[in-house]
Design a protein around this ligand. Structure first.
Ligand code: NAD
Length: 428
């Protein structure tokens, strides 16, 4: 159990021994797989003779054993019922349960982890992945005071020599000028091709630092530590990095996946409510795209969400991960992630960014659901369902009075998703 990370497949009775269970719990995560009696019987060959516990009447012995161990099996936090699932589905659900994903499809495969308290374990992730010194950590002034010390201490205690640099927070600093200052910091920190860059912050820090890492020395390894809900469930996943130009957002960038994405839900405790709500717009969007349970649970409102934020993060991340693994370069399915964004972008720009991205996307989702209903692509009632969920978490669902609608439409015309002279929508 100690040493290199690995998957250990244990027999059904292995963790009844309290010492064995303690060891497994101390050194890893346990996922309890279960199957129906019929399924188990079909998999067991009583004639093989190497299962003495099941000798005699198989069905009888097995149901007795299952009943005897029922409490034990139930006592594990992570459960997976395997009946009727393909291996690939099981692998996916196992990753989802454990918050431990392996992502492929763009460059070498990399790890995505969701772990409460994970920032304090960063040093051991670095050692395990063989990431190299010196390490340059980029963060912003809001995040620095909350999370930086934890990250630096963890890296130092694993024998690394990290340097830190903090930028001004906010979208207005996601510029090429800030990237220049980050490169200057890389040079002072002695970053070489085999060194490692770390982004610690929201989507602004992640996009900008990833881009700086992609271009510096033609690419140095980087690790993304998202600290907002939006960055966890959205911007940290999928390898898109970049900066804004005065003409438009995200106009310059590259696809450059990190070596590790580590999301620690503990840090969300200090996130302002408006930022959290913005992230929830994307979570609800992911629910609409591919996870009805996530959608329905979020629609229950704040009490559920704040009480189960780790679950919300895991499930919200899982949808995006599934989509980008299928279509990393946005040739097809990945466009689904633009749900709410065509009208949303228009609204965000027309409001002169007074509405946040999440608020604009929420309004965009309600409007685009309406479009889907009008076009008979969705059943009547969809709009109400989407609007109710968004309202439940305090997100707006209608275009504010006084917003210049002509400007919304104009901004939509220039949307970069425009193809062949047409504005495109990803409709539910
Ligand atoms: P952000 O990075 O500006 O963070 C929002 C605010 O929260 C900032 O003031 C930040 O300092 C603060 N903050 C961050 N973590 C905190 C914490 N734990 N506690 C307290 N305050 C904290 O914005 P964002 O919403 O995280 O990301 C938006 C950016 O993401 C945009 O630039 C957008 O273009 C980009 N984005 C990129 C992708 C992609 O695929 N690369 C996808 C979606 C969005």
């Amino acid at each position: 159990a100690r040493g290199e990370p690995r998957v250990v497949a244990l027999g059904g009775g292995a963790l009844i021994n309290p010492d064995a269970r303690r060891l497994a719990e101390e050194t890893g995560q346990i996922l309890c797989l279960s199957a129906s009696l019929e399924n188990l019987i079909s998999r067991l060959d009583p004639a093989s003779g190497d299962r003495p516990l099941l000798a005699g009447n198989l069905a009888e012995r097995l149901s007795h054993l299952l009943a005897e161990r029922a409490d034990h099996y139930r006592s594990f936090e992570h459960q997976l019922v395997v009946d009727g699932l393909e291996i690939s589905e099981l692998v996916w659900k196992a990753q989802q349960q454990l918050g431990a994903f392996r992502v492929s499809g763009m460059g070498p495969a990399y790890d995505v982890r969701i772990q409460r308290g994970g920032l304090g374990q960063l040093g051991s992730y670095f050692s395990t992945l063989g990431l190299k010194d010196p390490v340059a950590v980029v963060t912003d002034n809001n995040v620095a005071g909350r999370c930086l010390e934890n990250v630096m201490t963890s890296l130092k205690s694993a024998g690394y020599h990290p340097y830190a640099y903090s930028i001004e927070p906010g979208e207005e600093h996601k510029t090429i000028e800030t990237v220049l200052s980050v490169w200057d910091f890389f040079i002072k920190a002695g970053i070489e091709r085999r060194s490692t860059v770390v982004a610690l912050g929201g989507g602004v820090v992640g996009d900008l630092t990833g881009f700086a890492a992609a271009a510096f020395l033609r690419g140095v390894a980087w690790v993304n530590l998202p600290t907002t809900l939006l960055a966890m469930v959205d911007s940290s996943l999928g390898g898109k990095t970049g900066v804004d130009l005065p003409q438009a957002k995200n106009l310059v960038g590259s696809f450059y996946p990190p070596r590790l994405v580590l999301a620690d839900p503990e840090v969300l405790g200090t996130l302002p409510a408006r930022e959290l709500r913005g992230g929830l717009a994307e979570v609800i969007k992911h629910g609409i795209i591919d996870d009805p349970e996530l959608f329905n649970r979020c629609a229950e409102g704040w009490t559920f969400i704040t009480g189960n934020i780790d679950w919300v993060v895991r499930r919200g991340m899982a949808v995006k991960l599934k989509v980008i693994s299928t279509d990393p370069y946005e040739k097809g399915l990945r466009q689904a992630l633009n749900l709410g964004h065509t009208i949303g972008h228009g609204i965000e720009i027309a409001s002169n960014f007074q509405l946040t991205h999440g608020e604009s996307v929420a309004i965009g989702m309600a409007a685009e659901a309406h479009l889907a209903e009008v076009l008979n692509l969705a059943e009547p009632g969809l709009v109400q369902c989407v609007v109710d969920a968004l309202k439940q978490v305090g997100l707006p669902t209608t275009i504010p009075m006084g917003l210049d609608l002509a400007r919304v439409v104009e901004a939509m015309q220039f949307d970069k998703k425009r193809a062949a002279g047409k504005v495109q929508f990803a409709l539910p």
